[in-house]
Design a protein around this ligand. Structure first.
Ligand code: 4UW
Length: 541
């Protein structure tokens, strides 16, 4: 499994070999097989029941692309998609691709200030949102983009459309009579621009090509053969509670599952009763989870054994999960783990996203590197490659799924991607005698709250804007339900005495709910730094 490279690097190859994948654009790939089951339901809203068959969804995608063209957008322009999970959110994503544009997905929970930053960095030329959050998104648009920027709104039956909005449904109805888009795009063009803070600093646009997305879907499919195309009697049914704006919801759930003919039931917000209602009414076959959902499934009195009757796979990733939590789940419901398999996955926005998938045997392991995913473990101190089981090092990744780089940020790109294409993940791992991998720590600055990224640099910059704050440092501390939560250390200015609540109130309206300082604030005399002024986070922990 370990091959020595030309620079004496020790490369851990996938036991699944290399994968071949078609030279196809992502929206074409997603609908490639849909002609075999045109009348199966592809998308269904878990709240209002709105449905699209595969034939309808495929056509709608193309009409949306044509309509966006007709608004004057040009090939390679960025369209911002800021919407909770709805069928129309998925159609928007694919429609943006079919028009030859790039989609930057923005967290719909963001405040207007947070949205503005991404709209500007991504240089968005149009926005698609939904009525329930339209007023916040509109405020962000008004503050930073031209009033001519098309503002398209999905009607999610809550809230209303700001003046001058374009109803999303018009894109589909009007697009029908427009000529097809003459696409001049290749697999090496960028199609998605999700944001990630990577190993350090503020969120950056992660440039993902069509090739990255398509290859990663085939890498997973080749490595775990657990999903089947629909037949006259079977179709995978998957509730989508993971947000589509995040790469896990986008290219581990939405695109791959649709391309293999599953029905996706969209859930805009995790509400326990709604989730259970969907499990009650549908023969759900697979669950895509983050650790807090696994804890919910195990602990909630609403969840019953029969909810898992048709479930063949439970996937979990985006943050660490303890083996004990999975054992508890199986014990509580007395479910056969051979029939309803549990597997962890390990992914990153920068790798489109999947690199490792569990084997269904060792629950605390992220499993093995999937087909075409090459891996190195690099000793943090000596910078030498590790080729022995049990030793920890930084995980490096190479393959067709690795991003092109960070948008307009050469320094961050250079610090993350080596010249010969290795991506430094900033995660610490080791492997056991079976080549099953385990994540043990995070070298990078990132804090993960319920699987969502919280870049400490963003909170530190905000804290430093408080008139009483001289210096600030933020780290993640463990939290029972959220995994981690941010905690701040603050040095106050001379003669100033802000309280913890003063500081928390200052942060409150500026960043989303999950970024709030739930770990509390400690006032200190100084913040440990190295000679170049970098905060010594490990020391602070
Ligand atoms: N254990 C410990 C894990 C794990 C983990 C991720 O927000 P991003 O950039 O991306 C993600 C993607 C997660 C994902 C995608 C597809 C998939 O199949 C799956 O599992 C089923 C998960 O979270 O954050 C990347 C960072 O999140 C941490 C790790 O630090 C990584 O660098 N992370 N998965 N299983 N930590």
């Amino acid at each position: 499994r370990i091959v020595t490279g030309s620079n004496n690097e020790k490369i851990i190859m996938s036991s699944c070999g290399d994968v071949s994948y078609p030279e196809t654009l992502i929206h074409e790939f997603v609908w490639n097989n849909s002609e075999n089951y045109p009348n199966h339901i592809a998308l269904e809203c878990g709240i209002n029941g709105k449905k699209y068959t595969f034939a309808q969804a495929k056509d709608a995608t193309s009409y949306i692309g044509r309509s966006l063209r007709n608004m004057g957008l040009k090939t390679g322009d960025v369209v911002a998609l800021v919407a909770p999970n709805f069928p129309d959110t998925i159609l928007s994503c694919l429609g943006i691709s079919s028009g030859g544009f790039i989609v930057t997905t923005i967290n719909p929970m963001y405040t207007a200030e947070e949205m503005m930053i991404q709209l500007l960095r991504a240089n968005a030329k149009a926005i698609i949102t939904s009525t329930s959050i339209a007023s916040t998104v509109f405020a962000a648009k008004r503050a930073c983009l031209s009033h001519k920027t098309p503002f398209i709104v999905i009607d999610d039956k809550i809230g209303s459309m700001p003046d001058g909005s374009i109803p999303f449904s018009d894109l589909i109805t009007r697009g029908k009579s427009l000529p097809p888009v003459n696409l001049n795009r290749t697999c090496d063009d960028i199609v998605a621009l999700p944001f990630s803070s990577g190993t350090t600093g503020l969120p950056k646009g992660v440039m993902l090509r069509h090739r990255n997305l398509v290859s990663n879907i085939m890498m997973v499919q080749t490595s775990i053969d657990v999903f089947q195309f629909p037949t006259s009697t079977f179709q995978d049914v998957i509730p989508a509670v993971l947000p589509f704006f995040h790469i896990y919801g986008m290219n581990a759930l939405m695109f791959p599952r649709l391309s293999f003919g599953a029905k996706i039931i969209t859930i805009p917000k995790f509400v326990p009763e709604t989730f259970i209602d969907i499990l009650d009414k549908n023969k759900v076959t697979a669950l895509f989870c983050v650790p807090p959902i696994i804890l919910f499934l195990t602990a909630s009195p609403l969840v019953k054994k029969h909810h898992f009757h048709h479930v063949h796979l439970i996937l979990c990733g985006a943050a660490p999960l303890a083996e004990m939590d999975v054992n508890r789940f199986y014990e509580k419901y007395n479910i056969d783990s051979q029939i309803c398999e549990f597997r962890q996955g390990y992914g990153l926005t920068e790798t489109s996203p999947v690199n490792f998938i569990g084997t269904g045997r060792k629950y605390s392991s992220i499993g093995q590197n999937i087909a075409s995913c090459q891996v190195r473990l690099v000793d943090v101190m000596t910078k030498k490659d590790i080729s022995t089981s049990g030793q920890t090092g930084e995980l490096w990744i190479k393959g067709p799924h690795v991003m092109k780089g960070y948008l307009n940020d050469e320094d961050a790109t250079k610090n993350t991607l080596t010249q010969d294409g290795w991506l430094k993940t900033g995660d610490i791992a080791y492997f056991d005698e079976d080549f099953d991998f385990y994540i043990t720590d995070r070298l990078k600055e990132l804090i993960k709250v319920k699987g969502f990224q919280v870049p400490p640099a963003e909170l530190e910059a905000l804290l430093r804007m408080h008139p009483d704050v001289e210096e600030a440092a933020v780290i993640g501390i463990p939290h029972e339900r959220y995994g981690e939560v941010p905690k701040a250390f603050i040095v106050v200015k001379e003669n100033k005495k802000p309280t913890e609540d003063d500081i928390k109130d200052f942060i409150k309206g500026k960043v989303s709910e999950y970024k709030q300082l739930r770990g509390g604030i400690t006032f200190v005399d100084n913040i440990p730094k190295n000679s170049s002024g970098k905060i010594l986070r490990a020391k602070m922990k």
